[in-house]
Design a binder for this molecule. Structure first.
Ligand code: BG6
Length: 536
């Protein structure tokens, strides 16, 4: 990301903001180097939805507490169903209070600050309307009356079927017109995933959006990129001398990328029956992690410099074939009922809740280094992490000594729920005999930094208002990732990928173990303990 420099043309507060509360604690101290985003109206389509309640509003609240929103900021909620703005605000307030009280929630706000909430609440407005009704967009146009200098972010927190109709109507109503040449107002659209369901539909969606807006106006979200621990991958790689020299095929044996969850499909049976684990996680979240691990060093932290390097990696992925993937579906097990017994799931559903893949990158740095990806619901542990395993060392120097086979060096970047980095390596065990013991050195974010109130959408919203596209997907990258998996979604043979069973609460199907065993490797255990045993 470019440094978040103050926008010289941003007035501190517009005249319109005089009627609403100013920042609750005077001018709050913004995090170092950060300045309030330019004034902007955030229009949220899907104001009554889960995403708005659970993530967008907590993120806006946190941004306001940090002083990163302009005094003139407005938040317009759009949804079907008549209701007063106050009723919407009350509902959001109740939800925030609940999250604040819940120690396990990602909100981390502790207690909800009334003043801070009032600051947000006074900027809320609600418009009822059908997303496909042109009248809604005429009313919206009247609402966008220039109090935020005409700057608007349209956030599509809606089901994917509404992406096209909303953008088309925004375009036809003239709401996407911008002329940035003279520092004129910006008009931006934020699109949630799923961005298409395969290459053809993603291309079609891109074409459609780009006929109403420019690429620079479209912010395609992958919420994994909002996570500090994901952004930190670039810091670990490029701000240290340790790693980059060995970050290549000559030294790296393989990479494992895991996003395992203990939850099942919960209330999302309808969505999941259309999507499955592979589409839901692999070409988007897991590929984004792969992109951060595998991309070349950009010349700067400029958005395009980073996005170009990531795009190169996605283009270099060898198209996956059905032989590169294993699908599974959870049956009844220690962690609960079978997928087919979940609400809104067909009794004979063929949908996968687990996917593993072997990915190869065809470039000079990575050729021959397999990237093993796996994700699934109802697995033994919640664990999102990347493990980079180095090649084994030549053991000749230890000949004649009872050292056994040393454990390979593995660098693990822990994304969620534990945040940090661990390194597995070998030392001599204490005592008169030369023996090798595997140990682990570990860094935990919590031990070094205060846990910031952060639901993961703060940076994404803030960057979008600033016009920083680093953490958002460009059209070409989205299409390259779908192109890489098209052979799995539409196998040439026409036959569906087999779906193997696994018990709810296990490590996944045995066939996924076989995928790695075939290459002479094994998955890292999901319920892993720290190494500490002497290898004899
Ligand atoms: C979403 C998927 O995009 O990511 C969900 O649709 C999944 O199925 C979620 O549970 C995982 O995200 P996180 O941030 O909880 O790891």
């Amino acid at each position: 990301m470019p440094p978040n420099l103050p926008n010289p043309s941003t007035p501190s507060a517009s005249a319109a903001s005089a009627k609403v509360a100013s920042h609750p604690h005077g001018t709050p101290a913004s995090p170092a180097g950060k300045h309030p985003a330019p004034p902007c109206t955030l229009v949220i389509f899907g104001a009554g939805g889960d995403l708005t309640q659970r993530l967008l509003m907590p993120a806006l609240y946190n941004l306001s507490v940090d002083g990163l929103l302009d005094e003139a900021m407005k938040i317009v909620g759009v949804n079907h169903g008549e209701r007063e703005t106050k009723a919407w605000a009350d509902e959001l307030h109740d939800a925030l209070q609940k999250f604040a009280a819940d120690k396990a929630s990602t909100f981390h706000a502790g207690k909800l600050d009334d003043n801070a909430w009032n600051w947000v609440a006074q900027r809320l407005d609600y418009i009822a309307g059908d997303f496909e009704d042109d009248g809604l967009y005429r009313r919206l146009a009247q609402q966008l009356d220039g109090t935020t200098r005409g700057n608007v972010v349209f956030y599509l927190a809606v089901g994917a079927r509404f992406f096209k109709p909303i953008v088309e109507r925004l375009g036809r109503a003239g709401l996407l017109k911008e002329d940035r040449k003279d520092g004129g107002p910006f008009r931006r659209i934020v699109i949630e995933k799923p961005f298409g369901t395969d290459l053809a539909s993603a291309r079609d969606l891109n074409r459609h959006l780009l006929s109403f807006a420019k690429e620079t106006q479209i912010y395609r979200i992958d919420h994994f990129l909002g996570k500090d621990t994901v952004q930190s991958i670039l810091a670990v790689r490029f701000a240290n001398a340790w790693f980059e020299p060995v970050w290549r095929r000559e030294y790296i044996d393989s990479v494992q990328i895991t996003a395992s969850e203990v939850i099942g499909v919960e209330e999302r049976g309808n969505f999941y029956e259309q999507t499955g684990a592979f589409r839901d996680m692999v070409p988007n979240h897991l590929f984004q992690l792969l992109g951060m691990i595998a991309m070349e060093s950009p010349n700067s932290f400029d958005a395009e410099a980073i996005r170009n390097k990531k795009a190169e990696i996605f283009e270099a992925i060898q198209p996956l074939t059905p032989g590169d993937v294993i699908f599974g579906q959870y049956g009844q097990g220690p962690a609960g009922v079978a997928y087919r017994s979940e609400p809104n799931v067909a009794k004979d559903s063929p949908i996968e809740t687990y996917a593993a893949a072997r990915v190869q990158i065809d470039n000079r740095r990575w050729a021959g280094v397999p990237f093993y990806l796996r994700t699934g619901k109802r697995l033994a542990a919640r664990r999102t992490e990347i493990s980079v395993q180095l090649k084994s060392v030549p053991l000749r120097v230890f000949r004649g000594m009872p050292i056994g086979v040393p454990t390979p060096n593995v660098l693990t970047l822990r994304i969620d729920p534990s945040h940090g980095t661990s390194f597995d390596f070998n030392v001599k065990t204490p005592g008169p005999v030369m023996q090798i013991g595997a140990v682990q050195s570990s860094f935990d974010y919590d031990a070094f930094f205060t846990q910031a109130a952060n639901v993961g959408y703060e940076t994404l919203l803030y960057d979008c208002m600033l016009g920083d596209e680093t953490l958002f997907q460009r059209a070409d990258s989205i299409e390259a990732t779908w192109a890489a998996v098209n052979g799995v979604l539409h196998p040439e043979s026409g036959s569906a990928i087999p779906v193997h069973g696994y018990a709810a609460g296990s490590d996944g199907p045995a066939q996924a173990d076989a995928l790695l065993a075939h290459d002479g490797r094994a998955w890292r255990a999901l319920t892993q303990t720290r190494p500490g045993k002497t290898s004899q």
